[in-house]
Write a protein that binds this ligand. Structure first.
Ligand code: SF4
Length: 94
């Protein structure tokens, strides 16, 4: 190993360590922004659609990722059904 490569290697290790330490914080922040916190009862959430309106057609709906992924809402707390509905329903833009 040459003298010139040592600082680069140390720098690479430090950058890697800083990145690894930061990733869980970024992931936690992303999760906090993804799902809402309002209790379901505040918005009269129900597991069934209201006419043509349902969560999967709502602008606040976030489909779960992968098979069995949990569907969430940007407004209310907890898992929701794609066929659910609440008073905050807002249709997705066409
Ligand atoms: S209908 Fe209500 S619970 Fe469903 S995604 Fe829209 S805001 Fe969230």
């Amino acid at each position: 190993m040459s003298k010139t490569s040592l600082p680069a290697t140390r720098r690479t290790i430090l950058i890697g360590a800083a990145t690894a330490a930061t990733l869980p914080l970024i992931a936690a922040a992303g999760a906090a922004h993804a799902a809402g916190t309002m209790p379901k009862t505040n918005v009269k959430y129900q597991e069934t659609p209201k006419g043509p309106q349902q969560c999967s057609k709502c602008n606040y709906y976030l489909a779960g990722k992968g098979p069995g992924g949990t569907n969430v809402c940007k407004i209310i707390a907890g898992p929701i059904s794609p066929t659910g509905w609440c008073t905050m329903f807002a249709p997705k833009p066409a």
